[in-house]
Design a protein around this ligand. Structure first.
Ligand SMILES: C[S@@+](CC[C@H](N)C(=O)[O-])C[C@H]1O[C@@H](n2cnc3c(N)ncnc32)[C@H](O)[C@@H]1O
Length: 207
């Protein structure tokens, strides 16, 4: 299943990337600065979009098949000071306060425990460091769609790498000790209706 998911991920996402996600990623990553960690980097969709001024870039990804594709993309678009490691966000192999920026795009839907993941992100961020997030979430303002998200979630998690449909990730980011400085809610165009509701923005680690 992991191999299949990694293989179809880029073609499956192409429509939404072209319709909006690539632009949202570019706008979000413009906020990256200093030493940057990306969690759940997948096939490396963000890799070509980082600003040239960042000091270093660490990519982490727990899935071996995704990591193979990520490393392939790193060879095609080589950057100085970029490394990839096999690691889950739940237990990051870095000292506390190692990074100025952590990037999470379309990852917190899939982790086993969002609060634990965010506690790890907070731990490795320097005080005042920022989390840049782009995540699909529960359809809080569309009750009919939320019903379908709830109905389909048990099967969806099994066929899409543990991706959950009904997470209230914005609330969880705030509860984890971040001050959300920017947040945009917008529908992901050319995506399946159940994964259209999304949030993206910048959250600062509170001291
Ligand atoms: C939908 S893909 C998103 C990939 C990439 N971040 C992007 O924006 O295209 C979800 C990614 O989260 C990764 N993932 C799943 N569980 C994870 C965990 N516990 N820690 C870190 N990454 C995880 C998956 O392996 C996969 O690469």
């Amino acid at each position: 299943m992991s191999w299949l998911f990694a293989t179809i991920y880029d073609p499956f996402m192409r429509g939404a990337e072209e319709a909006c996600l690539a632009q949202w990623r570019t706008d979000l990553l413009a906020h990256a600065e200093g030493d940057v960690l990306e969690v759940g980097a997948g096939t490396g969709a963000n890799l070509p979009l980082y600003p040239s001024g960042i000091r270093s870039l660490q990519l982490t990804e727990p899935d071996a098949d995704m990591l193979t594709r990520l490393r392939r993309r790193m060879r095609v678009a080589p950057m100085r000071q970029v490394q990839a490691r096999e690691a889950a966000v739940d237990a990051l192999p870095f000292e506390e306060a190692s990074f100025d920026t952590v990037v999470s795009t379309l990852v917190l839907c899939s982790v086993p425990d969002v609060s634990r993941a965010l506690a790890e992100v907070r731990r490795v961020l320097r005080p005042g460091g920022r989390l840049l997030f782009l995540e699909h979430v529960a359809a809080e303002d569309r009750p009919a769609r939320l019903v379908w998200q709830r109905r389909l979630e048990p099967i969806w998690t099994r066929i899409s790498g543990n991706c959950h449909l009904t997470r209230r990730t914005g609330e969880l980011i705030r509860q984890a000790g971040f001050a959300v400085e920017q947040e945009t809610r917008e529908s992901v165009r050319k995506a399946l209706p159940i994964v259209r509701p999304s949030i993206r923005g910048v959250a600062r680690r509170e001291a």
